[in-house]
Each structure stands twice: as structure tokens, then as C-alpha cells.
Design a protein around this ligand. Structure first.
Ligand SMILES: Nc1nc2c(ncn2[C@@H]2O[C@H](COP(=O)(O)OP(=O)(O)OP(=O)(O)O)[C@@H](O)[C@H]2O)c(=O)[nH]1
Ligand SMILES: [Mg+2]
Length: 327
């Protein structure tokens, strides 16, 4: 046993050994992997954990197929992955159906959604992946839901303005995820401590069309304003949904830049999407892995400052920049 494994790691290890279902084992192993100190002395153990995790995930997948089931993981697609989380019946599936072409079943009873449903939301010239999830509730929850929230780039926490227990329901959602070391945080929060995931979150107050929605919305705003940005929406009337596309885009903290071959026009229909704060070198690497190394210089058109000027390799690209890479 290599030295300096933390008490948190040993606790996750204990949970792994006590786990009864494959899902519990996978959750414990994921946590062990995130908690293990990353250095030479633990390389062997890290490899071992990864192998066990891959094997268990494959087993879980097979077991689900045997049950005529479905996959409980979602492959990332598009410019970012956004999960919808919330109490039963809040309108998560309705919102995904409004914003994407995905057909997620909508029901007027709780726990309608039993599997993740991914759809692509168009925002101007890019696609953003929205993932509808089953409800988070202490009455019942599909055990794999927190592990799909964990890797997301952004969470939409859905509140039901028509529910008399809206505040309690939200607190429960936050607490249940917290127990699985997944914290819903305001965008731009500092990075999480080891073993935790911090998922930037927007609070969507849905069913803004219903009778006492405005009053409930005010209460919700005063409770949550300091924790998350709050937006009123209605899947029924469409209120707030068009501006929401940009709000989601902004929440992802990404920029769109346009590559221009020397002497040609840029293709404004297919931006290169990068994390905010990326440099020209990172942009080059995103286009082709050899480009970063081969990059001689770049010219930039953008904003009021640049109209084809040469920039240094450490130039931080800005939303809308047109960039000519010279290799
Ligand atoms: N009035 C009103 N009803 C809505 C709105 N959005 C959803 N609903 C209704 O609320 C009910 C639940 O909607 P769903 O989209 O299935 O909710 P969900 O959060 O996916 O529910 P689960 O999958 O069971 O957790 C349905 O009867 C919807 O028609 C809305 O904006 N306004
Ligand atoms: Mg649903």
C-alpha cells in the first residue's frame, strides 16, 4: 500500500468494499480516483483503479442491456454539456423539448423521466448539449444521477413556481447532490477541494405562467439571488426561453473565434470554440495538434482594436475574433 493516502480516500475505499450494487461500486471508485494523490508512488494504484472502473462500467452497461435497459452515460457533444436537475415534475423534460429537438417524455405525474435524454440546442452558429435527467428527490432517485451532474460544464437547476414546497424541494436537490460531493455553485466560483465537483449553476424558475408565480418568484429571488443567477421561464408560453440560449452560452465561459486562411475569407458559420482565456497557441492546437508547435505568428481582426495586426503567441483570443494563423 503506497504512503500518504488521505482519510477521505480510505473512507471511499471502505465504501467501495461495502458497496452492494455495481452503481455504488462505480460511484465509490470514481471518488477514489479523484481523491488519490497524483504522484509516481501511486501510479500503479491509479492504473489499477482505472482498470477496475472500466470493467465495472462495462458490466453495468451489459446488465442494463440484458434488462432491455438503456445507457446511463451520455457522450459529450457540441460546445458544452449542460444538465437539467431538479425536483420531480418541475418541467425539466418540457424545457429540453422546447430548446432542442429531443423528445423527452413529459408527464403530469412525478418521476416521468427514468433515463438521461440528450438533445442539441442551437445557439447562433453552434450546438450546445442539453441533458434531461430524472428527478432528484429523497423519495426516490435513480442512483446514477449525481454521476452525470458531476462532469457537466453547467447545471440548470429547475424550480417549480407552481409547487407549494418549491424552496424545500430545491434545498433537498442541493443537499442530495452535496452528499455525493457534487456542489451546485455560482458561475465563477473558486475551484473545488479534492474529491469534489463544483458545477456552475443557473436557477431557472419554471412555470412563470401560473397563478401565483410572480409572488413565488420574488421569494425565490430573495432566497437565491446571492447564490445563483435566477431566470424566470415558462416551457408552456415560451417566456424567457430565447434569451436563455445566450444565458446558457455565457454560463459555459467559452468564446467563439473564426479561423481565416491567409488570403481567404473566414468561415463565419463554423467557429472554433475555446474556453475563455485561451491563447492563440491554444487555438492553433484546437485546430490541429501540430499547429501549436508550428505556429510562427498570427494576425487578428476583432473589436475596435485589431484590424489585421500581428499578435504575440500569448494573445488571449476574444469573442468574435477572426484569426489568421501563419504556420
Ligand atoms: N403551467 C405550466 N406547466 C408546465 C410548464 N412546464 C412543464 N409543465 C407541466 O408540468 C408537468 C411536468 O412536466 P415535465 O416536463 O414532465 O417535468 P419533469 O421535471 O421532467 O418531471 P420528472 O421527469 O417527473 O422529474 C407536465 O404536466 C407539464 O405539462 C410550464 O412552464 N407551465
Ligand atoms: Mg422529466
Amino acid at each position: 500500500m503506497p504512503a500518504n493516502l488521505t482519510p477521505q480516500y480510505l473512507e471511499a475505499d471502505r465504501r467501495f468494499k461495502a458497496a452492494k450494487t455495481i452503481e455504488e461500486k462505480v460511484a465509490a471508485l470514481e471518488e477514489m480516483l479523484s481523491l488519490i494523490p497524483k504522484h509516481k508512488g501511486t501510479e500503479h494504484l491509479q492504473g489499477d483503479l482505472k482498470r477496475r472502473l472500466a470493467k465495472l462500467r462495462a458490466e453495468a452497461e451489459q446488465a442494463r442491456r440484458r434488462r432491455g435497459g438503456f445507457s446511463t452515460s451520455v457522450d459529450r457533444e457540441g460546445a458544452g454539456q449542460v444538465v437539467l436537475v431538479g425536483p420531480p415534475n418541475a418541467g425539466k423534460s418540457s424545457l429540453v423539448a422546447c430548446l432542442t429537438k429531443a423528445q423527452s417524455e413529459v408527464g403530469d405525474y412525478p418521476f416521468t423521466t427514468r433515463r438521461p435524454i440528450a438533445g442539441m440546442m442551437q445557439f447562433v452558429n453552434i450546438q450546445i448539449q442539453l441533458v434531461d435527467l430524472p428527478a432528484v428527490s429523497d423519495e426516490y432517485m435513480e442512483p446514477w444521477v449525481p454521476s452525470l451532474v458531476r462532469p457537466a460544464d453547467l447545471a440548470l437547476l429547475i424550480a417549480d413556481l407552481a409547487s407549494p414546497s418549491v424552496l424545500e424541494d430545491l434545498e433537498k436537490v442541493i443537499a442530495i447532490l452535496d452528499r455525493r460531493k457534487v456542489a451546485l455553485v455560482s458561475p465563477g466560483s473558486p475551484p473545488p477541494p479534492t474529491g469534489w465537483a463544483h458545477v456552475p449553476t443557473l436557477l431557472l424558475a419554471n412555470k412563470a405562467d401560473t397563478a401565483s408565480a410572480e409572488t413565488v418568484l420574488e421569494i425565490l429571488r430573495s432566497e437565491y439571488r446571492s447564490r445563483f443567477p435566477v431566470h424566470a421561464v415558462s416551457a408552456q408560453t415560451g417566456r424567457g426561453l430565447e434569451p436563455l440560449r445566450r444565458t446558457i452560452y455565457d454560463g459555459l465561459c467559452i468564446v467563439r473565434v473564426y479561423s481565416k486562411p491567409p488570403g481567404k475569407e473566414p468561415s463565419m458559420q463554423s467557429p472554433v470554440v475555446l474556453p475563455r482565456g485561451s491563447t492563440i497557441v491554444e487555438m492553433a492546437a484546437a485546430i490541429h495538434k501540430d499547429f501549436a508547435r508550428q505556429l510562427k505568428y498570427a494576425r487578428v481582426w476583432g473589436g475596435t482594436k485589431f484590424s489585421g495586426q500581428r499578435v504575440q503567441q500569448d494573445y488571449v483570443v476574444q469573442e468574435g475574433d477572426v484569426i489568421e494563423l501563419h504556420i
